[in-house]
Design a protein around this ligand. Sequence first.
Ligand code: CP
Ligand code: NVA
Length: 306
Amino acid sequence: MATRHFLTLLDFSPDELHDLIQRAIAIKNRMQTQGPSYTPLANRTLAMIFEKSSTRTRVSFETAMAQFGGHALFLSPRDTQLGRGEPIEDTARVLSEMVDAVMIRTFSHTGLETYAAASGVPVINALTDDYHPCQLLADVMTWTELRGSIKRRTAVWIGDGNNMCHSWINAARQFDFQLRICCPKGYEPRRDILEAAGDRVVLIHDPSQAVIDADLVTTDVWASMGQEEEKARRETDFAGFQVTESMLDTARRDVLFLHCLPAHRGEEISETLLDDPRAVVWQEAGNRLHAQKALIEFLLLGHVEA
Ligand code: CP
Ligand code: NVA
């Protein structure tokens, strides 16, 4: 059977994603009642290639492997041959001989696909310029824990049409919810990704209208990793797109606010938004650990313990 990878949410079927979220919740509950007693990956290794910075993704994958009885290796281009020009396909073939799975955070999504095509072991997208699917597993898990099924709910994305936005669009397709995207003109998501979602996703440009009656509101930084030089121009272009408590007041009373983090208070969110009880970002961040455990278990074992 062909090696399964997780490069975008579209690599898994809606049923597989549904089961993965339920499994992540079960793994979390077991962890909280019994501690890290479930160790299905003894002596297994996950290579983690990071070409961009990370706090949550690195710590959650490394901790997941440790708690599962396995091991994670942190690899950066600075101290591997990747940084000295060894072809990524050669690296993929070599790592396939030694490790059980590979997690990659990089710039080019095409580069990630090239790596995966040459890999004999599962490859996980830990963020590219185009997608961040692991974050969406934690986000949907958080919603599901707190509010039940996300099916037919209305989520609102405010901000840049970036990698996170693209993964929210794919999530709307796979988990069957409505998504409103509210971004400044010129910062829309990629047209092909948007169009593939059909009428599940709508684009609007007025932040004062976007959040009305929403179930879930989310945003992300205005300048992503690799866009540092555009920061000042983006701060001007995104004026008026800051998510505030009063904006959330126009949503449903039980609205939840999510943010993948890191957050920039005073930019995409108000100084105090993360202190608002509607913001559940710490639970969301913690769920990276549990959601990725379910992902690794699925990719490496192909089945789950009852
Ligand atoms: N949300 C997220 O992926 O965080 P890190 O960049 O810290 O990994
Ligand atoms: N859009 C952000 C997400 C960080 C987790 C970035 O790519 O930098």
